[in-house]
Design a protein around this ligand. Structure first.
Ligand code: HEM
Length: 498
């Protein structure tokens, strides 16, 4: 009997411990979950949050950024707070200098951002802080500022313009076709960034070929990732991801395509050798071995270099179509500076085109390809305008709104006026914190010079031959959700040969 009791006791101890452990874990999890929920501000009755949640703002404004501009304009400090997003948004240059430079250490990308973009960008430069960011930044800046790499990029860009973009537009002008300029510019910049980053030509701008699988998958993945960031709570997309349903299922599929294709490109590059090649991937491969890391680096460059340039160019041609006197002035400058016997403008000639440079800067002031950009506060802080920032909250600077602020750019801030950048015909730049289109401070865009050069080469290459005119009544530009500004319905244009 004593033996039976002791046996029963011995057998039941593990079960009891297990049950206790399970119950404790369950209670602890529920308790933690409730604390988590209670800390999140999922609901707020103030009129701004109410308008955000119900999307009431859309009755009055065509773009979310226009509504933010309106709110920021009304704010005496140029800073607002959206409670449901726990998001401080500012267009105050002093605040921007504070977060991007003075207190850079307190405003990293942060965990929430890297979780949102982690599936697509992994540990690529856009998505990391600290040591990994430092390493990639040093490597990439060595590459992107080297004269060899810049000349290599210029060669690629000019070849793409003259062998693809120009023939493409000739065929459209001949057939008097209406087409989507945004789509063409995306194909153009995707070809360029792939050739430049991987030494691989996806041939997106070939008349006969459909958009590459990689371009389409990358598009889907960045759109869905951007939508994650707009959600008041990450819980919704995390649950969808856990059960692999809806948009999260699509995201997973798109990322699989991106992964497979980038893996193939990396393997191929390893097989054919990389030490003597000029593309960015080959250069990174000399110091990085791990395939996943290489893939992540490459994905960040795809994101950085494709849609940003395409968005800038699309808006530039929309503005030129509406301001034809500006187009004439560019043409005059090109005629004056460029050797008429040459097909392409040289580095030196591009540098001498101050008016063209002013046109590009002015376009990006009004239509920045990255309309807003967020960081997460590491610790509590007070911004120079007195706004209190709590630890863990999102802090966003808003270049789109800044370009429309009288207190930043004067009473003609909404006018497209390249002359504001010129003094006696010479281009004069502005503080990066008044013009954070390429960000500013320690994480300033590494592709800035390359992007400006690409945009200017396209303008020179096209306006010597064509007039590009917006079709129909496109009075305002309507943007859809995305990591970079993209026109919801594209930009339909006609092209005429000069
Ligand atoms: C008009 C075109 C472009 C604009 C407006 C632009 C703007 C920006 C902005 C706002 C950031 C900061 C993003 C953030 O930290 O969240 C950034 C970062 C970056 N950009 Fe660009 N960009 C452009 C083109 C390019 C191109 C063509 C490349 C490369 C080939 C490039 C490479 C990078 C890289 C590597 C970073 C990350 C820098 C870092 O985190 O240290 N960008 N860019």
């Amino acid at each position: 009997m004593t033996l039976e009791i002791s046996e029963w006791f011995q057998n039941s101890i593990p079960t009891t411990i297990f049950t206790l452990f399970f119950t404790f874990t369950l209670i602890f999890s529920i308790f933690s979950f409730l604390i988590f929920i209670s800390r999140m501000k999922l609901w707020c009755n103030c009129h701004i949050c109410w308008s955000y949640i119900t999307m009431n703002w859309a009755k009055e404004f065509i773009n979310l950024s226009d509504w933010y501009t309106h709110l920021l304009k009304k704010s005496p400090t140029g800073t607002i707070h959206i409670h449901v997003l726990n998001n401080t948004i500012t267009c105050n240059p002093q605040n921007i200098e504070h977060m991007l430079k003075t207190r850079f250490d307190n405003y990293p990308k942060g965990k929430p951002f890297s979780t949102i973009l982690g599936d697509l960008l992994g540990n690529g430069i856009f998505n990391v802080d600290g040591v990994s960011w430092n390493f990639q930044r040093k490597m990439a800046s060595l590459e992107l500022t080297s004269v060899t790499v810049r000349s290599y990029a210029l060669e690629i860009i000019n070849e793409e313009i003259h062998t693809r973009l120009v023939p493409f537009l000739f065929s459209f002008s001949r057939d008097e076709k209406v087409f989507d300029l945004q789509d063409i510019m995306r194909r153009f910049s995707f070809d360029n960034i792939c050739k430049f980053s991987f030494g691989w030509d996806p041939q997106c701008l070939q008349l006969s070929l459909p958009v590459s699988d990689l371009a389409a998958a990358f598009d889907t993945a960045s759109k869905i990732s951007a939508r994650r960031a707009l959600s008041p709570s990450p819980l919704i997309w995390k649950i969808k991801r856990f059960f692999n349903i809806g948009s999260e299922k699509k995201l997973k599929e798109a990322i699989n395509v991106v992964n497979k294709l980038t893996e193939k490109i990396i393997k191929n590059r390893k097989e054919i050798g990389f030490s003597a090649r000029n593309d960015l991937l080959s250069r990174f491969m000399c110091s990085v071995n791990e395939e996943k890391y290489l893939r992540d680096i490459v994905a960040s460059f795809l994101l950085a270099g494709r849609d940003t340039v395409a968005a800038g160019l699309t808006c530039l041609f929309w503005l030129l179509s509406k301001n034809q006197e500006v187009e004439e002035k560019i043409q005059e400058e090109v005629n004056r500076v460029m050797n008429p016997a040459h097909e392409y403008a040289s580095f030196k000639e591009i540098r001498e085109m101050h008016y063209l440079n002013a046109v590009v800067y002015e376009t990006l002031r009004l239509f920045p390809p990255v309309q807003f950009d967020s960081k997460f506060a590491k610790n509590d802080d007070v911004l120079p305008d007195g706004s209190y920032v709590t630890k863990g909250s999102r802090v966003t600077y808003h270049p789109y709104a800044m370009g429309r602020m009288e207190r930043v750019w004067g009473s003609d801030c909404r006018v497209f006026k390249p002359e504001r950048w010129l003094k006696d015909g010479v281009f004069v730049s502005e503080s990066m914190f008044k013009y954070p289109v390429f960000q500013g401070g320690a994480r300033v865009c590494l592709g800035k010079e390359l992007a400006l050069m690409e945009m200017k080469c396209v303008v020179v290459g096209l306006i010597r031959r064509f007039e590009i005119r917006v079709d129909g009544d496109n009075q305002e530009l309507k943007f859809g959700p995305g990591l970079t500004a993209s026109l919801k319905d594209g930009l339909m244009v006609r092209v005429f040969q000069k």
